[in-house]
Ligand binder design. Structure first.
Ligand code: ZN
Length: 308
């Protein structure tokens, strides 16, 4: 009996398999793509244009590492043709979600085939996964970002062959723009003497950026990413700034004006603005696309490092 049921299921699978290509050919609406987080969603939108309908599970300004999927996410994944993920352990929650949603979507790993690097410092600053293995934040190198775009374009072309030429052309234009952006980053940061190319930041997300652009990211001593630093914490940071000569500091939760002032007064350290690591800003913000995020990060890093 069980044997028969299995056989019937196999026949059904073959039938569905035979039917699916003709359905794809007669598709009229855009293909449905779910991206795990905002940076990938922007890439998919740029490559797919009006041929794709994109939804990001983790929204702007949100943390993809420790994300808790919602029932609405399961619905979106169940209805998706393609699910685009970063991979490299970034979305530990995604496998369960795809399974629970019983999704038939093709899961595409945007980082497929890139050369990985280990996380600098080996710290895990409150991120939900161990950054001691390969750093998952490969998009922070615009060179590798181009590989993401090519992977996404290939997946869209495969899923929607009728529009493959459009995806190809959009991707070529986008990759050329990113190649220019990569050159701009190298020029901007290359103008800063190598000895000054250092910042102190609580974000442990820049190993690829560090490798690609020759910037050192030091962890702040005594500063937690979870809570506002105390005066004692700031005293440690002051010592670190004095010892290293690195005055460019990016500690986003340090909002107490008194402590910021103490850091500036005692060590000449400056809090240099927001670095976008794992998410874009909300639409209309400083970093609401991948390209704008890179431009924004480089501008604040450059201005910060100029003070070293
Ligand atoms: Zn991260």
């Amino acid at each position: 009996m069980l044997q028969k049921v299995r056989l019937a299921a196999a026949v059904l699978a073959v039938l569905i398999g035979a039917v699916t290509p003709s359905l794809a050919q007669t598709r009229t609406g855009p293909i449905k793509v779910v991206a795990s987080f905002s940076i990938l969603a922007d890439m998919v939108r740029t490559v797919g244009g009006d041929k794709v309908q994109v939804q990001s599970l983790v929204g702007p300004d949100a943390d993809a590492h420790a994300y808790q999927p919602t029932p609405a996410d399961a619905k979106a994944v169940a209805a998706a043709d393609i699910v685009v993920v970063n991979g490299l352990g970034f979305e530990g929650w995604l496998g369960r979600l795809v399974k629970a949603a019983e999704s038939k979507a093709t899961v595409v790993t945007a980082s497929q085939g890139i050369k990985t690097v280990k996380a600098a410092g080996g710290h895990n600053h409150g991120h939900g996964h161990g950054h001691r293995a390969a750093d998952p934040h490969a998009w922070q190198d615009v060179g590798r970002g181009q590989a993401y775009v090519k992977n996404i374009a290939a997946a869209l072309a495969k899923a929607d062959a009728a529009n493959a030429a459009i995806y190809q052309a959009n991707a070529e234009r986008y990759v050329a723009e990113l190649a220019q952006l990569d050159t701009w980053v190298k020029t901007e940061l290359g103008a800063i003497p190598a000895a000054k190319r250092k910042v102190i930041t609580s974000h442990d997300a820049f190993a690829y950026f560090a490798e690609a652009y020759g910037v050192s990211f030091l962890s702040p001593v005594g500063v937690s990413t979870e809570k506002e630093p105390t005066a004692k914490d700031v005293a440690k940071l002051v010592r670190q700034v004095k010892n290293t000569g690195v005055k460019a500091i990016f500690v986003e939760n340090m909002t107490d004006a008194r402590l910021v002032e103490q850091l500036a007064k005692e060590a000449g350290g400056v809090i240099g603005g927001t670095l976008y690591a794992d998410a874009l800003s909300k639409p209309g913000g400083m970093a609401d696309s991948y390209v704008k995020m890179v431009r924004h990060n480089v501008a604040v890093l450059r201005d910060g490092m100029a003070k070293n």
